[in-house]
Design a protein around this ligand. Sequence first.
Ligand code: PEP
Ligand code: MG
Length: 890
Amino acid sequence: MSDTKWVYSFGDGSAEGSANMKNLLGGKGANLAEMCRLGLPVPPGLTITTEVCSAFYDNDRNYPDGLDSQLNDALEAISKAVGSDFGNPENPLLVSVRSGARASMPGMMDTVLNLGMNDETVTGLAKRAGDERFAWDSYRRFIQMYSDVVLGVSHDNFEEILDDYKMQQGHYVDTDLTAEDWQHIVTVYKQRVNEVYGDDFPQDVMEQLWGAVGAVFGSWRNARAETYRRLNNIPESWGTAVNVQAMVFGNLGPTSATGVAFTRNPSTGENALYGEFLVNAQGEDVVAGIRTPQNLTKIAREEALSDMPSMEEVMPEVFGQLVDVNLKLENHYRDMQDIEFTVQDGKLWMLQTRAGKRTTAAALKIAVDMVAEGLITKDEAVLRIDPMSLDQLLHPMLDPDAQFDIIATGLPASPGAASGAVVFSADEAEKAKADGRKVILVRMETSPEDIHGMHAAEGILTSRGGMTSHAAVVARGMGRPCVSGAGSVRIDYDKQDFQVAGVTVKAGETITLDGSTGRVMAGEVPTRQPELSGDFAKLIAWADEIRRMRVRTNAETPADAATAVKFGAEGIGLCRTEHMFFDANRIMAVREMILAENPDDRANPLERILPMQRDDFTELFTIMSGMPVTIRLLDPPLHEFLPQHEEDVLQVAEAIGMTQDKLKRRIRELEEVNPMLGHRGCRMGLTYPEIYEMQARAIFEAAINVAKTTGSTVVPEVMIPLVADHSELKELADRIEKIAQDVMQEKSAELDYLIGTMIELPRAALRAGDIAKTAKFFSFGTNDLTQTTFGISRDDAASFMEPYLSRGLFEYDPFVSLDQDGVGELVQLAAERGRSARKDLKLGICGEHGGDPASIAFCEKTGLDYVSCSPYRVPIARLAAAQSYLKIRK
Ligand code: PEP
Ligand code: MG
């Protein structure tokens, strides 16, 4: 145990860790080590590994043996590198203590800066910096941050003291305060700590350090970090590392600064250095969005019409170094980097680098550009894009023809347009979402505590903060439209309204945001779907060249089918015909068909429905022009089509000439205790064969018509649902084949068609070998297969799924992402058994899982021929299929 290495050092051009040790050192620690190896200016430091975090929680919040002495040794090394000592009153070393998990979790965990200050070292710092005021200001910042994070004395205490003091002394801004003022504030702060915490503010620097390390590990399990992990699928077991690093000061005067930079524009992907900085400030000031930062480059300043000078203009030399470092980092990592830096007295220091979060549009542009620049291959470009993030591009944009009133403009922090009623708190946003209302969350600035509300809202508007403020970063990550830093918006939380340009907007009133341009509009502005062209089209075309599986869509209406074709669908994998029956013009005929007590009475309504169904299929076949179309015969229990309310019963009885009593009795007869497992699917097809026969006839007639009129070959695939036994399929297939023969004879035409089945029941999966004797294709209906394998009703799971997920009983919802171990085993088994009975058996999936990237990877592994998903998932599935191919087969 004591042999384990718990602490890794870095600094002075060398490091014990490296970029590929993210699991152990966290992202921040691994990249700090890597930057040292690259010879970049990094303040020396140490990383306590994520294994310590796991050991800490496994061992009742106790640290493992050996950590203590390893930490001391590493601290010693830092002291040597910077030439000062931790706790030395003459020449004190100050450190920052920061979290750093494997995946970036911006702002979710705790940080302590200026650690190592006490009543003695404050004088040493003043001497070393030659600045008393700076030293006392740093000390009071440290007391404030440490007490809040470690001792649980909330920062309001300190703000109140400071505000009162400024009022008394007639000071307006912090910069009015002198060294003596800050010294006084320190005394009062310490008194307040004693009152609230019940003990003195710790003067022992080692006690301070252990306190901060404990707080960072503790913050791994705070509520906001837990929410963030849940939303981003980050496992609890990963833990965080802790980075302790020599402080450098961006607040030593006008030649000092702190900032963040992206090697490319994270919003558009443009290949230009992009970022913000603040002169004479500490790191957290930029991210917190409290002061509005200045641009890095002159061009950006001019574009933003800002009169605050850019870094390029005020610190040209350091700016030049920053540009070089950026280039070096981007070429080394071969990806866009997001870096944090500090300038202390004209010297540049790098504090962090990581792959930058970016909008999907930017991710696509960067990937496509980097291929053109020869930095990455096409395969790498395809693997770089998170398939689910493509959803952002499918988000509506403002309709260019719409008229609207712009009431404010801010920064275009996260693209897409959204409308909703104004709310002013995250809790209200969450509540509104639960009530099914669409809202826009309006805040002065957001903090990690607001994350649940940001998720619930359609869009986010803030009055303060830059492009790298919390709101902007988090909204981009979530794909929520966001306008940040709209300075003219004056929010009054008490009155629950905001004022802008002479207008008052109250809570509940609707506004529209355009996160792509930063515009805020009154009322609801119409939106339009974007065109999928440019970089998107290029990358997805590369994906299409790579992937093996085909991508079809689940669609029954002409509008959905057309959308899916626009998104690149290569056929229909599931046309649920029951939706066609609900159409207002035909529901009466459908009801009459169901209520009929014998086949003779049923013949007339079926005759009326036939031409309508034929028209439906004609339209679908025409839109799909020769691509495969799988039509699933009627599936749901018949009572779903019958009237529920008294007045409807009356109307139906009149329309079809039946007494109300008789109608009610028939409705009761058709009612079932457990309709999901009742008289549906092929069972209904077997008891009322005329319904399936009518549908088959409509399909074949439509196929022959379309082939004749358009010249394209239509090969319809007729799909029988909910088969459990081969005998069910066999009887229905014989009937359908007979209809096919009849239609071909009547029309004097030939027609190719396939009859197949869905695999939706465990028994069907087990008996797949038998079933494939008749079925020419299988489509895995994983919605029902999940329902019947788990024995969990797909309609009733919501009430217990959430606790199952939050308590970790299920890692994910099996109705969303396929349960590969259980349901997946049935799919694999059915695929094998089916294929050994029929070599050319076509295999696909049409449950909701067909649009889920993890499930798509499973389908690739299993060797399915295609996946079928809802139209809006088609681009996602195309990319996910390509990625699966690269990961599994290449
Ligand atoms: C399924 O069960 O997976 C399926 C696609 O059919 P439905 O959702 O219509 O039951
Ligand atoms: Mg089903």
